[in-house]
Design a binder for this molecule. Structure first.
Ligand SMILES: Cc1ncc(C[n+]2csc(CCOP(=O)(O)OP(=O)(O)O)c2C)c(N)n1
Ligand code: SF4
Length: 288
């Protein structure tokens, strides 16, 4: 039975600043869930720490609000215990491309069947607006009062190079596009990575709704004949930023998932398998 929007409302309401881009992401996640044929109890939302990482509190699914930068290993564990679950990781750009970058990169190459969403507002919102790994060069904040000197992380080319099998970008100011992208990401078999342009209206006065709106371009539309299976074209499209920011599916490939390769999971999920006959005594003895 399809899920109704009201079934996805938890007991609490979000506490984000009025106008925060996370509201659009919240709505798009819920709308995608109402349009997919997946039971509500199958979803697990796993987040790190940050403004956007509060999402699991406000969508009525199973969920875990973990540690800053650590949603990927927790989600991997969930996937290995019960690979039938629909796991969605959600975190900020600080969470995913800063402290959690190692986990992010390895997750991309493993290809578990899950969706990783990054709410990319180009700042550390929760801790009052410090510069993040995706802040634009020259960006001034309380942590870089004279402007950012480093080249920002490019999440699209990074994830493609690391081995992600579905890579997309969307904009929280375009809920219709975002809903479609979340649905496609969930339906993809393998690791889908979705970077979302998410205005932080309180601390990021450069990358505003208007700034993104003036630049977003839908891949594959009009004169653009982008082919999602063309890795080099995807990497080239990822280079565009200051004047034009491409949204849509950059890259897609078919590759066996990690779960499919594990002989232990051939008989079914780990949670469905019996522990009877498994001798754990020798293992426990070694820990004495
Ligand atoms: C191990 C650890 N280091 C630092 C922090 C402090 N901290 C909490 S949230 C955050 C950054 C949040 O930025 P981001 O992940 O981009 O999410 P946003 O708040 O912008 O949504 C930091 C540095 C923490 N909670 N744990
Ligand atoms: S500080 Fe920024 S990211 Fe955090 S809730 Fe407010 S607008 Fe959103």
């Amino acid at each position: 039975m399809p899920i109704e929007l009201k079934q996805l409302q938890s007991k609490q309401f979000p506490t984000w600043c009025p106008g925060c881009g996370d509201y659009g992401i919240w709505m798009a996640i819920k709308q995608a869930m109402t349009q997919l044929d997946i039971p509500q109890e199958n979803y697990v939302l796993v987040s790190g720490i940050g403004c956007g990482s509060k999402m699991p509190h406000w969508v009525r699914t199973f969920g875990l609000h973990t540690l800053h930068g650590r949603p990927a290993p927790v989600a991997s564990g969930i996937k290995l215990a019960n690979h039938k679950l629909t796991v969605i990781i959600i975190g900020g750009d600080g969470d995913s491309y800063g402290i959690g970058l190692g986990h992010f990169t390895h997750l991309m190459r493993r290809n578990y069947d899950l969706l990783y969403i990054v709410e990319n507002n180009q700042v550390y919102g929760l801790t009052t607006g410090q510069t993040s790994p995706t802040s634009d060069e020259g960006y001034c904040s309380i942590s870089t009062p004279h402007g950012v000197l480093e080249t920002p992380i490019n999440p699209i080319s990074l994830s493609i190079s690391a081995g992600a099998t579905w890579v997309g970008r969307s904009f929280s100011g375009d809920i219709k596009h975002l809903t479609q992208m979340i649905m496609s990401g969930i339906q993809h078999k393998g690791t889908a990575f979705l970077d979302i342009l998410q205005p932080c209206v309180t601390f990021n006065k450069k990358n505003t709704y208007q700034w993104y709106q003036e630049r977003v371009h839908r891949l594959g539309e009009g004169e653009d004949h982008h082919k999602v299976t063309d890795k080099l074209a995807a990497l080239k499209a990822a280079e565009s930023w200051e004047k034009k920011i491409n949204i849509g599916v950059y890259y897609e490939e078919k590759r066996p998932t990690y779960e499919e390769g594990l002989p232990q999971l051939k008989k079914g999920t780990l949670v469905e398998q019996s522990l009877e006959g498994i001798d754990v005594k020798s293992l426990l003895d070694r820990l004495k």
